[in-house]
Design a protein around this ligand. Structure first.
Ligand code: SF4
Ligand code: SF4
Ligand code: SF4
Length: 314
């Protein structure tokens, strides 16, 4: 009998769902064993009845729940709590679900400040509905990772997560395993560039200048991005973005790792460790513009990014 699956997005962009589809041939192998009973992106199954006439959220019972996106408002929180009640195993899919993701950068501001700047004073877009409108679900006090609200059994990080790992985690569950995680190694551990453990020193360079590489040559001839003086989050970021084999995706494109797979291990402090990594090659981490946001770009949930008290005027 096929294993029933509920898949849902919360504060998400749909990239994680595209990654599920990108599993490709391997998906064809596991699909006969799965029965998706709810998937917002692909199945027309509505929570409040097909005509919207239901009064309670109707989430089908399932063995596996897969949730992408973090929790940004009370409606998403309720949806997630209801899903958790209906499934045996819950997978948080993608860095928004695992760590809050890029939307959790808003945790550096009071909600009211964000409403004012983004929704009411935006000069580049049509005015959005005011978040205080009674028809708009109220925001939660912070943008949360899924495991800040309910118990999560398996976390698959990445923005987006690599299809190899989605297939592997689902296959593990189908084989009766209840735990799965990526090996604890860094993006640097899988990066082929030249490293000399030193840079030219001085401030971290801004991307107003280009780094050096010869497009005709392989990456093994390119100098490490940190050692060229730019910020690359590889030393403190979990490896796996290229799937089971291969060079980290951003490095393949000769751009720095931005940290999208999150910390290498639970409880790690990437900002502190990254400042150490920059210092170890002779760069001044304090020179990095907006370093709190840059070094916590995908991991602002779990209280990593908070509103700092205003500094007293000097
Ligand atoms: S983790 Fe990335 S791809 Fe997935 S929902 Fe968040 S922003 Fe989109
Ligand atoms: S810092 Fe970046 S460029 Fe350097 S080895 Fe690590 S991932 Fe590669
Ligand atoms: S190199 Fe870093 S930012 Fe780029 S995809 Fe891989 S983990 Fe994500």
């Amino acid at each position: 009998m096929a294993v029933k699956v509920v898949e849902d997005w919360l504060n998400a962009c749909s990239g994680c769902e595209i990654s599920i589809l990108n599993i490709g041939d391997a998906l064809l192998g596991i699909l006969p064993q799965l029965e998706f009973v709810h998937m917002t992106a692909l199945i027309d199954h509505k929570f409040f009845g097909q005509l919207g006439d239901g009064t309670a959220m109707d989430i089908p019972e399932a063995v596996v729940g897969i949730v992408s996106g973090g929790v940004r408002n009370e409606e998403m929180k309720h949806e997630l709590e209801e899903i958790r009640k209906k499934v045996k195993f819950l997978i948080s899919l993608g860095s928004c679900a695992c760590y809050g993701g890029v939307p959790a950068q808003a945790n550096m501001f009071k909600n009211e400040e964000t409403f004012e700047k983004v929704f009411r004073q935006s000069v580049t877009t049509e005015p959005a509905p005011d978040p205080k409108d009674p028809n708009v679900p109220p925001w939660t006090s912070t943008c949360m990772a899924v495991d800040e609200v309910v118990k999560v059994d398996i976390a698959i990080p990445g923005c987006p997560p690599h299809p190899d790992w989605i297939a592997e985690a689902i296959t593990a569950l189908l084989e009766g395993k209840t735990a799965w995680s990526l090996p604890e190694r860094s993006v640097c551990d899988t990066c082929p560039v030249i490293r000399e453990q030193k840079s030219g020193g001085g401030p971290v360079k801004r991307w107003l200048q280009n780094m050096e590489f010869n497009p005709e040559e392989g990456l093994e001839k390119m100098r490490c991005i940190n050692e060229q003086g730019f910020l690359c989050m590889g030393p403190v970021t979990l490896a796996g973005c290229a799937g089971k084999t291969g060079v980290p995706r951003c490095i393949q494109a000769r751009t720095p790792c931005r940290g999208c797979f999150g910390p290498i291990r639970k409880g790690a402090r990437p900002m502190v460790e990254m400042m150490g990594a920059l210092t170890s090659v002779g760069l001044d981490p304090k020179s990095l513009v907006d370093r709190r946001a840059m070094m916590n770009r995908y991991i602002g949930g779990h209280g990593v990014l908070t509103v700092l008290p205003a500094r007293p005027a000097r």
